[in-house]
Ligand binder design. Sequence first.
Ligand SMILES: [Zn+2]
Length: 88
Amino acid sequence: MAVSIGLQMILPWPFGLMAALAIFIVFPLFLRNRALKRMGGGFGGDPGGGGGFFGQSQGVKYICLTCNNRYKGGACPRCGSKMKRADF
Ligand SMILES: [Zn+2]
């Protein structure tokens, strides 16, 4: 890595080595953190979500506890109740 060689030329011996080590340790961590953040953002910003608790709301159907209607989505279209259980 050109940066670490440059640092060792500029800084006195022990500090140059420490700086080089710090770069070699911090740089991969920084890259990994950025990748994790990107993955987290992808999950958080998923527009198809809406289910929230189950993560994948697509394909999950619910059965209304009030009128036993089977439906997809937030509330029962027949009676408007939000009391429901998931039907897998
Ligand atoms: Zn209902």
